[in-house]
Design a protein around this ligand. Structure first.
Ligand code: TYD
Ligand code: MG
Length: 467
C-alpha cells in the first residue's frame, strides 16, 4: 500500500504538495476518485497536504527509546504489573487492570458514555495518588467539571486541559508528568506539522502514533477515545486498531440503561471479554451479575423464548433468545436477526427444513437477543433452533431450562468450549435442567446441582423440549 509519507521530498517543493487519501482505509492515490480502489468506499477520498518532516521527529523516537537489541532473558517483565482502574468491570475488559505504558482505544457511538466512563475511572485512579491528565478537544474545562460534579467526584490529582493541538498537548504532558492520560477524542486533535483537517486519517494516525511513542517511552498509560461514524466504523478505523495495544468498543444501544464494553483486541489479555455497566444518575455502575440483568424481563412460559448459556471471554452469561415465526405477506419471506448472525439463522433454517421437515418457506422469521447483547459464538445455535421451533409450534419451553450447543449441517449437536462454566452459571441462577451436547458432558464428580440432559442431535433435543 502506498502511504502518504512516500511522497516526501521537502527540498524540491515550491508549493505545498498534496495527495489524495481514502478517509476510511488510508489508501493514497495520485488524483481524486469517487471510489477508493482499495476498500471500495464511495466519496471517501480527500485531498491532504503531504507532510514535510518524518512522523517520528521527536527526540529519542522509537518505542523503547534505544536502538540497541536486548537479550530476551534480560528484558524485565516487572513493568507489566497492572494497576486497577477502580472499576472492576473496566479492569476485566482490559485483561485484569491497566498495564503501565499501554495504549487503549475506546470507541463507541456519540452519547453512549465514553467520556463518563473514563472520567469516573480517572477519579478512582487518582485516589491512589496517580497523576492524571484529561485532555478534551470537545468539552470545555467547565463542562467537564460540571459532569464531574454531577458524578460527585472531587479529584485532586486530576488535571484538565482543553486543547486540540497535538504539539501543545505534548508540552503539557512534559509539564504535568502524568501516569495516565485520557484523550477525548482522538478525532478532534491535530498536529500542526500535517496541515490537514482534524479527524482526517493522517491526523488521527499521527496522533495515535505520537501517543504510542509517548506511552512506550515513558510508561504512561494512555486512553484514546474514538468516535464511531454512522456506518459503525471508527473514523480511520483499521489504521488505528493496529497501532494501539487494546481496542474496546461500547456495544448495544443507548436506549437501554445498561452499557456493554467489549474487548476487540488486547495485547495484554483475552479478546472478546465483556464488561457490563448500568447508566444511572450517578454515572456508570458496574453490573457484577449480568445474567440477572439480561433475564430480568423474561416472559415466563411464552412460546419462542429460550434461555441460552453463553461464554463471553472468560465470563459465563445467560441470555434470553426470542424468536417469532409468523405467516408472511411478502413474496419472499422476511428473515431478521438482531444480536445473532443472520447468516447463521438462514443456515439453521435450511437445516430445519431438510432434517426436521420444518418448512418455513411461507413464514417470516425474526430472532432477537433480549437486552441488546451480541452473541456470536456457535454455542447459541441450539438455542436459536429451539426458539424458532417453539414459536412455530406455539409451545413454550419450560422456564427452568437452559440450553446450548453448536449445530452442524446434518443436524448433529456438537460440543462447546468451557461447558462447566456454563453449567455452573445456570445452576447458580436457579435453573433446574440443562440441555447440552453429549460430547461436552462433564465427569460425574464435577456435577453441580442441576439435571444435565445430553443430546446428540437436533431431533433428540426437540423431543426432550416438546414431547
Ligand atoms: P458521555 O459520556 O458524554 O458520552 P460520549 O462521551 O460517549 O459521547 O455520556 C453522555 C450520556 O450519558 C448522556 O446522554 C447523559 C448520560 N449520563 C447519565 O445518564 N448519567 C450521568 O451521570 C452522566 C454523566 C451522563
Ligand atoms: Mg464525550
Amino acid at each position: 500500500m502506498v502511504s502518504c509519507y512516500s511522497f516526501e521530498n521537502s527540498n524540491s517543493m515550491t508549493k505545498p504538495r498534496t495527495s489524495y487519501i481514502c478517509q476510511s482505509c488510508g489508501y493514497a492515490v495520485s488524483k481524486w476518485m469517487g471510489k477508493c480502489p482499495d476498500c471500495g468506499a464511495w466519496n471517501s477520498i480527500a485531498e491532504e497536504p503531504v507532510r514535510s518532516s518524518g512522523s517520528s521527529d521527536r527526540p529519542g523516537a522509537g518505542i523503547s527509546g534505544s536502538s540497541a537489541a536486548t537479550a530476551f532473558h534480560e528484558v524485565s517483565s516487572q513493568e507489566h504489573v497492572r494497576f486497577s482502574s477502580g472499576l472492576l468491570e473496566f479492569d476485566r475488559v482490559l485483561g485484569g487492570g491497566i498495564v503501565p505504558g499501554s495504549l487503549v482505544l475506546l470507541g463507541g457511538d456519540p452519547g453512549i458514555g465514553k467520556s463518563t466512563l473514563l472520567l469516573q475511572a480517572a477519579e478512582l485512579m487518582q485516589r491512589d495518588g496517580k497523576r492524571l491528565l484529561y485532555v478534551s478537544g470537545e468539552e470545555s474545562e467547565k463542562q467537564i467539571k460540571m459532569r464531574g460534579d454531577r458524578l460527585g467526584i472531587r479529584p485532586s490529582h486530576l488535571f484538565l486541559l482543553t486543547e486540540t493541538c497535538l504539539e501543545r498537548i505534548l508540552e503539557t504532558i512534559d509539564a504535568v508528568q502524568p501516569a495516565v492520560i485520557i484523550l477525548d477524542s482522538v478525532q478532534t486533535v491535530f498536529s500542526e506539522k500535517l496541515g490537514s483537517a482534524p479527524g482526517s486519517i493522517s491526523q488521527v494516525r499521527e496522533v495515535a502514533t505520537q501517543f504510542l511513542l509517548l506511552s512506550k517511552q515513558r510508561s504512561i498509560s494512555a486512553f484514546l477515545i474514538g468516535h464511531i461514524t454512522k456506518d459503525g466504523a471508527l473514523a480511520g478505523p483499521k489504521s488505528l486498531e493496529h497501532i494501539v495495544d487494546t481496542v474496546l468498543y461500547f456495544e448495544g444501544e443507548r436506549y437501554h440503561s445498561h452499557r456493554i464494553v467489549r474487548t476487540v483486541k488486547n495485547r495484554f489479555g483475552a479478546a472478546n471479554e465483556l464488561g457490563v455497566f448500568e447508566m444511572t444518575n450517578e454515572g456508570l455502575i458496574p453490573v457484577d451479575n449480568p445474567s440477572k440483568l439480561f433475564l430480568a424481563e423474561r416472559p415466563a412460559g411464552a412460546a419462542g423464548s429460550v434461555v441460552i448459556g453463553c461464554v463471553e471471554g472468560s465470563r459465563p452469561i445467560l441470555v434470553e433468545l426470542q424468536a417469532l415465526v409468523s405467516g408472511t405477506n411478502y413474496a419472499s419471506p422476511r428473515r431478521m436477526a438482531a444480536g445473532v448472525d443472520p447468516n447463521r439463522v438462514s443456515l439453521l433454517l435450511a437445516m430445519l427444513d431438510k432434517r426436521l421437515g420444518l418448512h418455513l418457506g411461507g413464514s417470516d422469521v425474526y430472532v432477537n437477543v433480549a437486552g441488546g447483547l451480541t452473541v456470536d459464538e456457535p454455542a447459541a445455535d441450539l438455542g436459536i433452533v429451539a426458539s424458532i421451533v417453539s414459536s412455530y409450534r406455539n409451545r413454550a419451553i419450560a422456564p427452568d431450562r437452559v440450553i446450548f450447543g453448536e449445530v452442524g449441517l446434518t443436524g448433529e449437536v456438537r460440543s462447546t468450549s468451557q461447558t462447566p462454566l456454563r453449567i455452573r452459571e445456570a445452576a447458580s441462577m436457579g435453573f433446574k435442567q440443562c440441555i447440552l451436547p453429549h460430547n461436552s458432558l462433564p465427569k460425574p464428580e464435577h456435577q453441580p446441582d442441576i439435571e444435565l440432559i445430553p443430546v446428540r442431535s437436533v431431533q433428540e433435543s426437540m423431543e426432550v423440549l416438546f414431547d
